[in-house]
Each structure stands twice: as structure tokens, then as C-alpha cells.
Design a protein around this ligand. Sequence first.
Ligand SMILES: [Zn+2]
Length: 510
Amino acid sequence: MEERTAAPALALPHAPDDRRERALDILCSDELEPIVELVAWSMGQDRFGVRAHDGCVIYGRVRDGHGWSYSIESVDGRNPLADQATGRFTGIDQLRASPYPDRRANSYPHAYDELAQIFDHRDAPDVYAVHTAAHNWEERGGNRGEHGSVDSVQSRAVFLAAGSGIRSLGEQDRSCRIIDIAPTVLALLGARPSGGVGPNGGPRADALLARQDGEIIPELIDPAASPPAHVVCVLIDGCNLDVARDLAARGEAPSLARLIATGSLFTHGAIASSPTVTLPNHTSAITGSQPAHHGILHNAWRDRATGARIVTESPATWAFAMNNLSSDVETLFAAVARSVPGARSAAINEPCDTGADFSTFAHVRAGAMPAIDSAGSGVPHANAEHTAADEGYSWCSMIDHAAVNQFVQQWSDGPPTFTWINFTLVDTAGHKGGPDSPIARAAIHDTDARLGELLATIDDSGKSGSTAIFVLSDHGMEDTDPAVKGDWQAALDAAGIPVTDEQGFLYLTA
Ligand SMILES: [Zn+2]
């Protein structure tokens, strides 16, 4: 009988506590201080540890309604998560004055929640190591711009809304979270609560989605207006909010400026889910749930049951990433279909496309690549200098132009109830040069012109008065310091600690 109740053997078992402690000592050592911002781990039973070079916090969580409340159990030295301000380093002047800030000057919005949720997933690592802002991480190409950290700049995503049913509040000094976007879109469309599961895994009567970790942003929705007939969400991957605002203010991003002037923008942004990387956050925005709950845990991780490597972010796996989507969550595409009679939806260049009536990646999975112009120089709104000099800039310009063409086609077929479109160029350019570099600013300028084509298409369809538009990014982008190199692998190897490292997800098992 005992065999039947025993847990199955894990191919990648959890590391014993003493091995984890030795790894934590190394990761928080003087030697690795320049590259390790903090490390987080689960202590079981809703208890978590977070440690940095100069201090450690042990905290716990208890159920509080359908969510969690957090309390500090003990602090040794400085509490690495003490500062969770959402508005640190906002505005272009502060961004420029504080490149790659030190951990003692930084803030970590919603960090108790963001770090804890990672460990709700069965494949969570033994230790999650977060890079410092400065770390010029050679494993990821030694990029001048990076994201992935729980710090304020890397977790700050663009968020603005405008148009039918949206209040015109201008620039508001506040934030929301990436997970708030999906429930807000549904509420705007007039969806009624259907009941679901909340952040702590228990029932949530007011849920608009099957799993709803986020909250409706009621201040955005005009209570006197009827729901819009159409919602368009434009995701600008890796766009730094403060640089985008600066370009809009200078007249170099007129489409964004038009939407800011007529709608509402949160100057502290939408706080991304951890890890603050692409596919986990596209999926969080589209499902209203956290990475550990929707199942797209990271760019890559390990299946503890089989030991297999799961990779979502690669050219070969990108279109198939949603095979890992939890059946417990609902996408906006599915929820809109359920909530709005006769609704039609389109997912343009968006890997998180489950339930969409039209999807670019459904065509890719079927072996039919949508038409992409072959010559970057012939692509409209593509900066000539950067297109000629940079292959990534050229490729992403073509992809994003193809996305505009698909949008125009979808809207000429009769505007979808819900359209989601993903632009890739700004992330590529931000990695290359850093968020405030000439190449990143050119990318925002070009992408703004493509946004202008979307707005013109909506205007020309005669539907602008019944269409709401959201513009968001999936995470921030922060400068790294090219002088700060190194990796933790060698130090862990030298101590004889087995480690499998998936971009900071450390599995301490051979
Ligand atoms: Zn991204």
C-alpha cells in the first residue's frame, strides 16, 4: 500500500538544505557581490528567504481573502526587500542620473509577492539568483541593455489606455501590475464575474477569468460610457517607459503622444511579473495570472519530474510555447469569446495566442509563414542607418511591418472585437544599445510610426469612436555596465556544488 501513496521519484530532486546554504554563501560572497543583486528560495510551508551581500530576510505569507498577506519573520543585517517603492527612478532625468543603481539605492516593487509566486510551480529552482542592474551578462550576449531583475527599472513596463470607455486622466503618478491588464480589458468590455481562482489558489467570486491574480483598475473605466465594441492591445516588447515618455514629449513619438493626451498613462508603469522576461509576461498580461500559475515559468527551466529542459524562448520553440500553458488559466481570447456574444479575436505576432480566432503563430505551427518583406531597406518606417548596420534591427523591422499588414488585413475583414498585436523591434534595439541609446530611441520612433498606421486603420474604418486602445510593454530595459562581467558558475563549480543554471534559476542537483 505504501508504494501507491509514495511521491514519484524526481529526476531532478530538491537540493538538501546544507547544499543550498553553501550555495547561498558563495552567491552572497564579496567575490560575487558585483553581479548578484539578491537570491531567493523557498523554505516550504509558505516561508521564503531572500538574501543579498549585506543582509537577509525570512518572510511568510498567510491567506487573506483570495490573496496573501506577507509578514517578516526575521531580518539579519539589511532587509534586501525593505524598499518596494513603485516610483523609483521615474522620468528621463532620474533614469539618466542613476544608471545601474546599487542595491541600497534600488527598490523592488511587489517583491514579496513576485518572488514567492515563483515557488508555487513544481519546477521552481532551488535558488533564484537575480543579477545586479550593472551586470553585463556575457551568457546572454553581453548586452548593453538588460531585464529580468525584480528591480524598479527592469520591472517597469509601459502602460497607457485611451479611447472608447476609457477616462482621460492624463499622466497619473501611480502604477498597476501586468496581471491587472486582462481583468481590466474584460471589465471594460462589460464582462460579468464568472467566478474563478484567485492568487492564493482558493475560490474568487469576483473573477472575470478562470484564474485571476490581478485586479480590475476601476479608475480607468468611464462609468457613464457604454462598453467599446473593439479593444486593441499593442505590446511594445522591452520598451522603457521613461524613454518612450521623453520621445513623446519631444514630438518624436506622435502616436504615443496622441494617446497620452486623450487617455491615461501611469508614470510608474505596469509592474512586470518575475522573472521580468518576455514570454512569462506576455502570458501574464493575457491571462491575468502569475508565471508560476499560468505555467510559462521562464525563458527556460527544468522539468523536475523528467529532468528535461523546457525552452520557450528560442526561434524553434517560440511558436509552440503555449504547449506549457496551464489548463487552469484562461486567455483574454478565450474569456472575450465567452463573455461577449459573437466576439472575434486576433493574435498578431503573439506567441500567447491560445483561443484566438486568428493567430500568426497558428499559421507558423501549420507550416505556413505569413508573408514577410525580404528587404529590410524596403520596409516602411525602418531607420536606414540601423537597418543597414544591424541584422536584428533589420529582421525585427520586417517582422513588425508584417504585423502591421496583418492588422490592416484583419480590420479590413471587419474589425475584431479584440485584437492583440506584438512589436519586437524595441526590445532587440534596447538590448543592443541600452534603453536610452540612439538605436533604442530610433526603434521607439519607428514603432510609434507603426502604431500610427494602426491608429489610421482604426480611424479609416470609422470605428475610432467605439474602439479602446491599450499600449503596454512586457518588462522594462535597463543599462548594464560593460565593466561588470563575470558569472557564478565557476565559483559554484570550484566549491563542488552541482548546478544547472537556467538564466538565474539554479537547480543544485547533478
Ligand atoms: Zn520582452
